[in-house]
Design a protein around this ligand. Sequence first.
Ligand code: PLP
Length: 386
Amino acid sequence: MAERHVSVAEPILGDEEYENVEQVLDSGRFLQGPMVEEFEDKWADFVGTDHAVAVSNGTTAIQLALNAIGLEPGDEVIVPSMTFGSTATAVVHQAGVPVFADIDRELYTLDHTDLERCLTDRTVAVMPVHLYGHPAEMDEICAFADEHDLYIIEDAAQAHGARYREETVGSLGDAGCFSFYATKNITTGEGGIVTTDDDEIAEQIRLLRSHGMSGRDQHITLGYNYRMSDINGAIGTAQVDRLAGFNQRRREISERLLSEIADLDWLEPATVRDYVDHAYFWAPIEIKTDVAGMSGKEVWRELNERGVETRHRYVDPLYDQPVFENHRGFNSEFPWSVNDNNHDYDLSLPNVEAVAGNTIGLPNHPNLEEADIEYVIKTIRDFDPE
Ligand SMILES: Cc1ncc(COP(=O)(O)O)c(C=O)c1O
């Protein structure tokens, strides 16, 4: 039995969240309403875009953004190969074909130097992911997209409040997609939102999220029910007010943890560029498996046994996931069947292969107490994998 148990993520709720939810419950109107609208207005202000459209989760946010830019069956979207799977399954759900790019060896985000290799006559969009809360190299990615007339959909699911050269992520492309899943920097339980400056994209997403309906009875386009309920919106609108404070605390904790273990030879804290504000969804370290003599998964398990929960995800590159490898589309090979470029995903991209499975994220949520932080540092320093 470990001396202490430190959790890796916790939702943090205050009185406002409870009061807002109570207000919705008392009103008897749980559907998308004024709380969602308030949440959307605050989020658009926070990100600095003209619009924010709330939806049911981060995956549906990506789907609707892709739909709203006019993705056609078989069109291609370039995505990084190391991220949560739904960055790419959302493309398939919109009948698009994901094309997998390598990651930057230091930042773990989309490698802009690999974009040219991924470009074809069917490429319509690039989807950088601000993985772990560190913004992708947007200057280079935007320049490439401009040159080739491609849309940029930012997957900002992990990067609430991160900034790239003073600009908040979610405002750097044609649309930004966020998730408010329970482990994120702020949460609505389940939830998502799309940010954009484009009036038409925003209008289309509002239509698509609610059955493609205009008025009470007219289905004018093929829509979905991807709405957010006011119960979730009530939590969201209170959480937005806390985000800057949460992020400040996450930064302090993450920087302290990472600097206090940086001298250990079996790990390497992830690189942070000096022109970004990291949202520190994760406080990531890379395990030097040759020095440690064990895999990222083994380190994750060992630390867990010592009472320190860590994050350990994206062990298999997306191009090795059966859904993509086997072209498991709509119970058939669609949408790959309407694309002639033969994406067989028989890939082995060097940076992805070097990193996948070897990063872990340390506990860094704002609820951690001083004793938790000291325990994490001590546990990692005492842990001798060699
Ligand atoms: C990078 C990334 N993209 C997309 C998503 C999907 O968000 P959701 O779980 O809200 O559907 C996540 C979720 O956790 C994510 O981390």
